[in-house]
Design a protein around this ligand. Structure first.
Ligand code: SF4
Ligand code: SF4
Length: 371
């Protein structure tokens, strides 16, 4: 284990920029901690944390200078590797007729700084859907393959977090080039760092560091153990005898679906913020002359009424059927389809649901262990 001082995080960012990476990490904007391109460590949300609950998110000033002591924000890294809008083809008339071209969109080489273990797990889930499959998505693989990942273990879970019950955190479990655990105390602000790849080792060698002493390593471990015990929510741990996959499969006709539909706005927020939701639709647009046309792909949601449109009409016309589809896919049928859960416990859908519908609470109600 190595130790990097907070003041040298700037060097880490500069090394990554010099290697041609577009560095993306957390920063404060519009009263939230968002993900944006960074050029220096002074843009990190030092001294800021967040307070979340169902339907609620607030920035909170901390009494220390920690830069990564915040839980998942409104965006996930999905926004960069599976963007919300992507031009797929263009077509133009010329003397030979209509000419179609694959859109040559710029694809930055990203370095992601500050990836939470839940979000690292989510990137692995997306890989299973869009890369490790029979028909890999070329745009996704082109963006994802070159990503340099600096994970930051989670020492500050929020009230809406439940990564422990989904198995992804609070300690990163692989898939990173570097992993850091932040330590702030009377003796300073520093990171216990470990390389997870050769590329990570080389980058770390370019940043001032020293061997971490045993006290820092032990304190970082203790912080992670404490974080695991401070998860605000859980799915399944409170009801270990329940097989969630089977529970959802056995309750297709539960009255719960109408009850939750009486609150759900079918606004699709939960799917937009979810780091694993991957559904898209395609749209064709033309300019006013009709000589130029483009095909765009954009995020879609199973909460949209026309998402399940087949010939003649939509299959899921009620909000009840759409909520049932979403939670069943996340916690049950995703296993059948992709071999993993579709939920990593980041808590975003709970936080950003405008009416505070909580996936953990709905699962518990179904299991009969919640009022
Ligand atoms: S379903 Fe909710 S808690 Fe689970 S990964 Fe998606 S946004 Fe996060
Ligand atoms: S569960 Fe909440 S966020 Fe999701 S569609 Fe319903 S109201 Fe919107």
């Amino acid at each position: 284990m190595e130790l990097v001082e907070h003041d040298d995080l700037d060097v880490l960012i500069r090394v990554l920029l010099d290697q041609g990476y577009t560095v993306v990490g957390p920063t404060v904007r519009d009263s939230a901690i968002v993900l944006a391109e960074l050029t220096g460590a002074d843009q990190l949300p030092s001294g800021w944390g967040v307070a979340t609950d169902a339907g609620s998110y607030r920035l909170v000033a901390r009494d220390d200078s920690a830069a990564f002591a915040h839980s998942a924000g409104p965006q996930s890294w999905k926004s960069f590797i599976h963007p919300a809008h992507e031009r797929i083809t263009t077509s133009d008339w010329d003397e030979s007729g209509m000419v179609f071209r694959a859109a040559a969109e710029p694809r930055p080489r990203y370095a992601f700084l500050g990836v939470r273990p839940c979000d690292l797990a989510a990137m692995g889930v997306l890989d299973g859907v869009l890369a490790r499959c029979a028909y890999p998505d070329p745009g996704y693989t082109a963006r994802r393959d070159g990503v340099f990942v600096v994970a930051v273990n989670c020492t500050e879970p929020a009230a809406t977090c439940f990564c422990v019950s989904m198995g992804g955190g609070p300690r990163a479990q692989g898939g990173y080039d570097l992993v850091m655990t932040e330590r702030v105390d009377d003796t300073g602000h520093r990171y216990v760092v470990e390389a997870g790849s050769e590329a990570g080792r080389r980058v770390l060698d370019s940043v001032p560091h020293r061997t971490a002493d045993a006290a820092d390593v032990e304190a970082a471990d203790a912080d992670l153990t404490a974080a695991a015990e401070r998860m605000g929510r859980d799915v399944g741990r409170a009801m270990p005898e329940i097989d969630l996959r089977q529970l959802l499969a056995d309750n297709r006709e539960s009255p719960l679906w109408d009850e939750v539909a009486s609150r759900c706005l079918s606004c699709a927020n939960c799917t937009m913020v979810c780091p694993t939701c991957f559904c898209t639709t395609t749209e064709d647009v033309t300019d006013l002359t009709g000589d130029h046309a483009e095909r765009w792909r954009r995020w879609d949601s199973c909460f949209n009424a026309d998402f399940s449109y087949l010939h003649g009409g939509a299959v899921r016309t009620s909000t009840a059927s759409r909520y049932r589809q979403w939670i069943s896919h996340k916690l049950s049928t995703w296993h059948d389809q992709f071999g993993t859960s579709g939920c990593v416990g980041c808590g975003r859908c709970v936080t950003w649901c405008p009416v505070g519908i909580d996936i953990t609470e709905e699962a518990a109600k179904l299991a009969g262990s919640h009022d």
